[in-house]
Design a protein around this ligand. Sequence first.
Ligand SMILES: CC(C)(COP(=O)(O)OP(=O)(O)OC[C@H]1O[C@@H](n2cnc3c(N)ncnc32)[C@H](O)[C@@H]1OP(=O)(O)O)[C@@H](O)C(=O)NCCC(=O)NCCS
Length: 144
Amino acid sequence: MPVKVRRMKATDYDALVATWKAAGLPYRPKGRDSRENVERELMQGTSLFFVAEESGKVVGAVLGTQDGRKVWLNRMAVLPSHQKKGVGRMLADAVEKEMERLGIMMACALIDDGNDGSMKFFEGLGYVRHRDIYYFSKRKGGHV
Ligand SMILES: CC(C)(COP(=O)(O)OP(=O)(O)OC[C@H]1O[C@@H](n2cnc3c(N)ncnc32)[C@H](O)[C@@H]1OP(=O)(O)O)[C@@H](O)C(=O)NCCC(=O)NCCS
């Protein structure tokens, strides 16, 4: 069956978490990754959340977001059984298509140091690696 990409729905939450776990992404059930938080984000106009589906089963997901200035590709994940078959590219294409529709000119991703597979993936999609940028963040409640 062909893989199809569609907008994520609240009912996809369990499949989303299962995809993150299978792909080896960290998952914080009490924080930003909680069901309540993901559902809240889904209701916002800034979310570009997509899943890839094969025969009704979620095989990949991306939590794209747009802040009016840039589009971010967060939590890109594909089941190991479906990696290197173009599913990640389809998910990135879906977010980038929305970016064009919104008139936004730039898509970005933050990648953990050492995640070479993800870096090669994004480079393969034409994303440029910046070696001169440090990421700063401030969290409610502080960093743990
Ligand atoms: C990164 C990830 C989402 C890529 O998804 P994917 O479906 O395997 O990627 P695709 O098959 O669409 O690959 C697109 C291109 O990237 C390249 N690519 C993907 N993974 C690669 C890897 N590990 N090493 C080298 N190149 C890779 C492919 O060769 C392909 O290029 P091509 O079209 O010229 O052949 C997937 O490997 C994954 O879920 N990884 C674990 C979770 C993770 O680290 N996510 C990123 C968080 S920032």
